[in-house]
Ligand binder design. Structure first.
Ligand SMILES: [Zn+2]
Ligand SMILES: [Zn+2]
Ligand SMILES: [Zn+2]
Ligand SMILES: [Zn+2]
Length: 384
């Protein structure tokens, strides 16, 4: 039994190390062998998704989980799951939502990879165009992958945090090529501007190349022509708070701020939540007197409540997303942000694992119950 468990852990570790290796070689190839860079990065994406599935249960990484044989697994003899299946299993079995932009990006990378592997790849004729284009493509895919590995799946890939950070820094250093790509695309961006489209700086590659889409009260959707990332520019929050050490006011609602601009005092998420708890003592107009007014964030799932009502909007000082609604979940009584309909009809992010488990158990009891009695009556319908 002990031996078995160790084997599975070793396999998971080997899978992740393999995936990290492919990201590394992809970056090595970006400038000299762009085709290899795409193929390697795609392999890395598949391996990371497999590793995530494997962490849940080792059979989930097989193309047919019901044929799972631990002995075959140990010797590496198995047919593993492909991208599409992995992308389906993660929400349906793990109950985790992968951002549509991310899954679309991985699929596009997969198609590109298949073109390279199976056909002579056209469209790689002009070397400067190719290089910058491929780097931008890899850049965008890495953006989504890195966000998953360090966000939603932080708990799973935490042991590899240092390696992931090193890779992220290497990828970000490809900035020169992003500038090249911007120069190439400039005429097209200008055409879009003449057509009346609004262009803003991309929050990811920082080039003024993001075409504004829908605007909401909480922010503006955009698609970046240079790096291909779809994102939302969250409505700025200019509120200031006094530094707990030197008392100088500073703009606290920004990602990446980790010290007081005046005295250099460490500003951690804990410091921020304490500071906000003192200064933002009320929720929105729906909150009753004396009721909890700091919500738990469904986006970053920070362990402590981190969402305050700041300048007319619920704002998380851990992930700096804002504009979601906040309610008390009727199932678990937690005060949370999230999609209001989902919380009302299904579960909030706090009680979702429990609700899923209960539903599964209900299905199982219904199945075995009706079989044991041999009854002809249909099993009761279980609603989600
Ligand atoms: Zn961009
Ligand atoms: Zn200070
Ligand atoms: Zn958050
Ligand atoms: Zn709940």
């Amino acid at each position: 039994m002990k031996q078995e468990r160790r084997t599975k852990e070793e396999l998971f570790d080997a899978l992740v190390r393999n995936a990290l290796g492919f990201v590394n070689s992809s970056i090595d190839h970006l400038q000299t062998k762009p085709k290899n860079a795409i193929v390697d990065l795609y392999t890395a994406v598949e391996l990371f998704l497999k590793a995530r599935l494997m962490k849940e249960h080792w059979t989930l990484m097989l193309s047919k989980p019901e044929t799972g044989d631990l002995q075959n697994l140990a010797v590496g003899d198995f047919l593993s799951v492909y991208l599409d299946d992995a992308l389906n299993r993660i929400p349906s079995i793990l109950g985790e939502k992968i951002d549509k932009n991310a899954s679309d990006n991985f699929k596009a990378l997969g198609e590109h990879r298949n073109q390279i592997v199976h056909f002579a790849h056209s469209g790689m004729d002009n070397p400067s165009k190719t290089q910058a284009g491929v780097i931008a493509e890899a850049w965008a895919s890495w953006h989504y992958l890195h966000a998953l590995l360090t966000g939603l799946w932080e708990g799973v890939f935490q042991p590899y945090a240092v390696e992931l950070q090193v890779l992220n820094q290497r990828m970000m250093r490809q900035g020169e090529f992003i500038k090249t790509r911007f120069e190439i695309l400039k005429p097209q961006i200008e055409i879009q501007e003449k057509k009346g489209k609004k262009i803003v700086p991309c929050g990811h590659c920082h080039m003024p190349a993001a075409i504004v889409g829908e605007t909401h009260s909480w922010g503006t959707d955009y698609t970046c022509m240079v790096c291909g990332v779809d994102d939302t520019a969250v409505e700025e929050c200019n509120a200031e708070l006094p530094c707990p050490t030197c008392n100088a006011p500073f703009k606290f609602f920004q990602k990446g701020l980790n010290a007081c601009p005046s005295c250099g005092h460490d500003i951690t998420t804990d410091v921020l939540t304490n500071l906000c708890a003192k200064h933002f003592t009320q929720g929105d107009e729906w909150c009753e007197e004396g009721q909890e007014h700091i919500a738990s964030c469904h986006k970053c799932e920070h362990p402590e409540p981190s969402v305050f009502f700041i300048d007319g909007m619920w704002s998380c000082v851990s992930c700096f997303d804002r504009g979601w609604g906040a309610v008390t979940c009727e199932r678990c009584d937690e005060f949370v942000t999230g999609d209001m309909e989902r919380i009302q009809y299904f579960a909030c992010h706090k009680c979702e694992p429990l609700v899923r488990e209960q539903m599964l158990r209900m299905v199982e009891t219904n199945e075995s119950g009706s079989r044991a009695e041999g009854s002809e009556e249909p099993a009761p319908i279980v609603q989600e």
